[in-house]
Design a protein around this ligand. Structure first.
Ligand code: THU
Length: 133
């Protein structure tokens, strides 16, 4: 599986988005070392603060299937944005906790634009679990 395959899976997940309020559909997918892929889309609620992003749903989906930070090799997020879709601040913090800091994160859109980044770049000088010691 390459980055384009993973982005395709994120696009498929995006179609399952439940976003009647924003009408902004997002899809995400994470590839594991064993070849398994876990996807997520954004899920909204009439109580707006409860909306959950695609990126977090994909990571939590993987966790609920027994996967851990060290199992992840590639992550993709896609939306119908002008440029590559960038993860929100909350998702960056969750990626920092659950996704390897230097593994690739592909930000994509429906026009075929792709930007490769990683957690270190998305969230420098982050608060992390070691800070709690
Ligand atoms: N959204 C995501 O799923 N991921 C992001 O990184 C940015 C925002 C969702 C949340 C909400 O359902 C909709 O997009 C509009 O903000």
């Amino acid at each position: 599986m390459n980055k384009l395959d993973l982005i395709e899976m994120a696009k498929k997940a995006r179609k399952l988005s439940y976003s009647p309020y924003s009408e902004f559909k997002v899809g995400a997918a994470v590839l594991c070392k064993d070849g398994e892929v876990y996807v997520g889309s954004n899920v909204e609620n009439a109580s707006y603060g409860l909306c959950m992003c695609a990126e977090r749903n994909a990571l939590y989906n993987a966790l609920m299937h027994g996967k851990k930070k060290e199992d992840f090799v590639m992550f993709a997020v896609v939306a119908d944005t002008e440029g590559p879709c960038s993860p929100c601040g909350a998702c960056r913090q969750v990626l920092q906790e659950l996704y390897p800091s230097e593994a690739p994160i592909y930000c994509a859109n429906l026009s075929g634009d792709i930007k490769e980044t990683n957690v270190e770049e998305l969230l420098p000088f982050s608060f992390r679990k070691d800070d709690l010691k």
